[in-house]
Design a protein around this ligand. Structure first.
Ligand SMILES: NC(=O)c1ccc[n+]([C@@H]2O[C@H](COP(=O)([O-])OP(=O)(O)OC[C@H]3O[C@@H](n4cnc5c(N)ncnc54)[C@H](OP(=O)(O)O)[C@@H]3O)[C@@H](O)[C@H]2O)c1
Length: 173
């Protein structure tokens, strides 16, 4: 029998909710955030938008990745698979325990209604951005973990890593 994976979003955003600029991160690398991402996503498949895939600094999982695109003949590297929608990617993951949605903005917007968990790093500075983490209804989530890192603690900025867990599930209809 099919089961449903935990659907987790993982993102880092600035105080002004920027997540990207010119198809890159708006900030210099944040090792503490990178370490957290590697830890929580280990052994889990990932889903990303085509623009996030088509990025010199792309992130991927060693166990499998889906690239969401409307392009019929889009070619991807080994270890990646094309999906024509988020729903298609979710269907291919029905037997996974957990799957991670990596962004960017367009894919976060599509995925937020289905998110069981959100791993959200807040970078406590404002950055110029052209893509943003969508405002979401935080009242339907509990914050179940919170880690603070001060500038100099493996990070060039003060950051907070939050884990949200949905309080109740959407009705399947
Ligand atoms: N800070 C973070 O945590 C983080 C994480 C990830 C990415 N980012 C940043 O986010 C930026 C990219 O975000 P983005 O919003 O521009 O792009 P994106 O979400 O990565 O990808 C958008 C693409 O996804 C496909 N797509 C969107 N909706 C679709 C649908 N309903 N059905 C099928 N395909 C669909 C389209 O691909 P086609 O055009 O090929 O059809 C679209 O162009 C970059 O700057 C990146 O660095 C930041």
């Amino acid at each position: 029998m099919n089961k449903k994976p935990i659907i987790s979003l993982i993102a880092a955003m600035s105080q002004n909710r920027a997540i990207g600029l010119n198809n890159a991160l708006p900030w210099t690398p944040i090792p503490a955030d990178w370490d957290n991402l590697k830890l929580v996503t280990q052994g889990k498949r990932m889903i990303m938008g085509r623009k996030s895939y088509d990025n010199p600094h792309r992130i991927w999982s060693d166990v499998g990745n889906f690239v969401i695109t409307r392009q019929k003949d889009y070619q991807v590297d080994n270890g990646f698979e094309v999906a024509d929608s988020l729903a298609t990617a979710f269907k291919k993951c029905v037997n996974d325990d957990e799957v991670f949605v990596l962004g960017g903005e367009e894919i976060f917007r599509l995925a937020l209604p289905f998110a069981d968990k959100i791993f959200l790093t807040i970078v406590h500075e404002n950055f110029e951005g052209d893509t943003f983490f969508p405002i979401f209804d935080e009242t339907v989530f509990d914050i179940i973990a919170q880690k603070e890192f001060k500038r100099g603690e493996n990070t060039p900025y003060d950051i907070t890593i939050l884990t949200y867990a949905r309080k109740f599930k959407n009705s399947p209809n």
